[in-house]
Design a protein around this ligand. Structure first.
Ligand SMILES: [Zn+2]
Length: 367
């Protein structure tokens, strides 16, 4: 099993191999670079690209691409262009900074028949396309993040004639899985040569996703921890593929796993929304506490409300989370506190609103 640090060493091996013994068929290789947005070291690795994966093989003629930063998007566009001479697509790459009312005529002039990129960005971009332009989109490939029900609905309304496919990948190791016409959102079949496993699945089958595949030059990454949470779905798909996996969230952003319990951000959010009169916003810090040799889980919850949060409200917030927060399929946080596996919830009132960040981590695990 390896994590990002372990992967960094493998990534260096691929670069070394490429420069010391350059392959003859350079078209089969590209450089994968992580975006650096997850606040960790940027990873650079050579990658072997199987020709013709996904919609690029049959290919739209005019493709609109919005993938992360402009540099990532350009990298993708150049590479797609380079390996897709057989369909000769034109590619328009847009950055978030480009979204302004004046791009509407540009988009209707370009008239994309295919779109590819992060679904939430594509959904924002749809506001800058007229109905005719959106109707012209026949294929949509979503990558980089999962689809929530509302985002999915919004995209289907925006691009009603698009055949949707989803790709699951990581910048540093490339493609991992792809959806098929029979699978619901966020479910994929592993690509050929890729093995997907789930580490220590809980009662519902959820656990950290591990990926094994060859990156380049026969250098393999084995059981790479991507920090995504998922599960293996039982049964053979109607398309005939034997393995299906589902990605349910990202560790550290949507999930924290601690002392046998899983803390899901969406559950916190649901309880917070239902108790909006008590507090407006929150952040959670989760960690293992050592109490005289006994290790216990501990949560510190910071809450904010304009005008402050009184003692009576703090007691109510405490009660709502202890009884309403299911951290295993059958047990609440309150049950685990009673069993002594967790310390009581600690609520801290803060005076200032929390900073608004793009990759907002509401639940943070402290080590
Ligand atoms: Zn299938």
């Amino acid at each position: 099993m390896i994590d990002r640090d372990g992967f960094a060493a493998l990534a260096e091996q691929t670069l070394e191999h490429f420069f010391l013994t350059p392959p003859a068929d350079t078209e089969q290789y590209g450089i994968g670079v992580t975006s650096g947005t997850s606040r960790s070291k940027v990873l650079v690795a050579m990658r072997e690209y199987p020709v013709a994966q996904g919609i690029f093989s049959s290919g739209p003629g005019r493709m609109l691409s919005t993938r992360g930063s402009l540099s990532t998007a350009l990298n993708n566009a150049v590479f797609t262009k380079f390996r897709s001479r057989h369909f000769n697509a034109r590619i328009l790459t847009l950055d978030r900074a480009d979204y302004a009312a004046d791009i509407m005529p540009l988009l209707s002039d370009f008239a994309p028949d295919g779109i590819t990129g992060y679904p939430h960005i594509m959904s924002q971009l749809a506001d800058y396309m007229d109905a005719g332009t959106r109707d012209g989109v026949r294929s949509a490939e979503y990558v980089g993040e999962g689809l929530t029900a509302s985002l999915n609905e919004n995209l289907r309304r925006s691009f009603p004639r698009a055949k949707v496919s989803m790709a699951y990948m990581a910048s540093e190791i490339g493609g991992i899985g792809r959806s098929c016409e029979f699978l619901p959102e966020n479910q994929y079949h592993p690509l050929s040569g890729v093995t997907v496993e789930v580490l220590e699945p809980d009662d519902t089958g959820e656990g950290e996703v591990l990926v094994s595949k060859t990156i380049a030059f026969g250098i393999m990454v084995r059981q790479y921890r991507l920090a995504d949470i998922g599960r293996i779905k039982p049964g053979t798909c109607r398309c005939g593929k034997p393995v299906t996996f589902e990605i349910v969230g990202r560790l550290g952003r949507d999930y924290v796993r601690l002392a046998g319990a899983t803390f899901r951000r969406d559950l916190f959010d649901r309880i917070a929304t239902a108790n909006a009169e008590l507090f407006e916003d929150y952040r959670i810090e989760a960690f293992l506490e050592n109490d005289r040799g006994i290790s216990r889980g501990k949560l510190i919850m910071k809450v904010y409300k304009k005008g402050g949060v009184g003692d009576a409200s703090i007691r109510k917030i405490n009660e709502r989370f202890l009884t309403g927060l299911y951290v295993t399929p059958t047990q609440t946080l309150g049950t685990l506190v009673k069993k002594g596996l967790f310390s009581p919830l600690e609520i801290v009132v803060v005076e200032q609103p929390f900073p608004d960040e793009t990759k907002e981590a509401k639940i943070v695990q402290r080590i």
